[in-house]
Design a protein around this ligand. Sequence first.
Ligand code: HEC
Ligand code: HEC
Length: 330
Amino acid sequence: MNKFFKYFIYFFISIMVIAAAGYFYIKTQYPKVSAAPDMKIVPTAEMVNRGKYLAYGFASCMDCHSERDYSKLNGPLVEGTEGKGGQDFGEGAGFIPARNITPDMETGIGGWTDGEIFRAITMGVDKDGEPLGPMMPYTFFANMDEDDIKSIIAYIRTLPPVKNKIPKHEFNFPVNLIFRTIPSDPHFKELPDSADILARGDYYSVGCKACHSPMEKGEFIKEKLFSGGVEYPAPKGGIVRAANLTPDLETGIGKWTKEQFIQKFRSSASPEVTSIVVKDGEFNTVMPWTFYGEVCTDEDLGAVYEFLMSQKPINNHVEKYSPPDKYSAK
Ligand code: HEC
Ligand code: HEC
């Protein structure tokens, strides 16, 4: 045999062995998270209310884990689907439907302990310790106040159980390996005092940041936080882009008053707006207007406004909607 060819074979075999070892290592050593904590949440009415406020509002659990009626403007929640799951969040990463988080014993999380639910929300692994995709934003929830997470659990335990079997996610390779390495132990942060308006606004705007900030390789681009332009498939076709939320006067929301900002949420959730019928090829949005607009208080939306206004203005013009080709005037 040709000497060169022999070396090539050895080389090739070594690469295969290293790759197999790496694959085996990641498969068996990750995800690296602690055992589910041994906790028993004793719900109070106050906790359930707080949990509901967050689940519908700033934590967006109910947005992702329920059905939205996109035949109506702003896609209000379909009643009776609270927590039943099903929306696909995988896009390029595979098929990753939001799961059933109602207390149904067979198809939901009725059989999970409080600690297992707590671990799923804040560390990103399911009951069996298998990783969840980060489109379930556990890396954000890992920075919330621990008591807020407990309140959310107290609330989702009160959802009416819905029987809805969700097929298990199918991550593509190599995403399946990468996703195994992301779960980690949480770094909780206390809910800032209500007097510290900017810190409160920062705490509550984490979800806004996630949708409104451009990313590169899974990380926010520091100089572009809240500057918008992030593209989403529009619910009725075309592309919808997150708005520029920085205080830039021309391209951001620098000219908006706090009252206008709060009013935009209220009017966007009003029956006059959400009864407007949207047809295929027309604008509709993934922005959870109806959820925030129905539950978030003036005080907390005001804090988010103040926090956004404290950010650096970024000039970035965003075309909010492009209709699908066959509907656009050419
Ligand atoms: C941006 C959308 C999104 C938001 C917001 C979101 N989730 Fe999820 N969640 C998902 C997706 C998608 C999955 C499935 C991930 C997978 O299968 O890998 C999931 C999985 C879960 C699971 C695991 C269930 C199981 O059977 O394995 C729990 C529990 C859960 N979410 C609870 C919550 C709670 C509570 C909140 C709010 C604090 C929340 N989620 C917010 C999208 C979301
Ligand atoms: C699921 C992704 C998503 C989340 C979460 C989200 N947004 Fe949006 N937002 C969008 C998209 C897409 C648009 C553009 C389409 C529209 O106006 O609805 C938008 C538009 C807006 C606008 C309109 C700006 C204008 O110029 O008309 C404001 C204000 C806004 N978002 C504020 C917020 C705030 C504050 C939060 C958090 C409390 C938030 N958004 C969370 C996706 C999101």
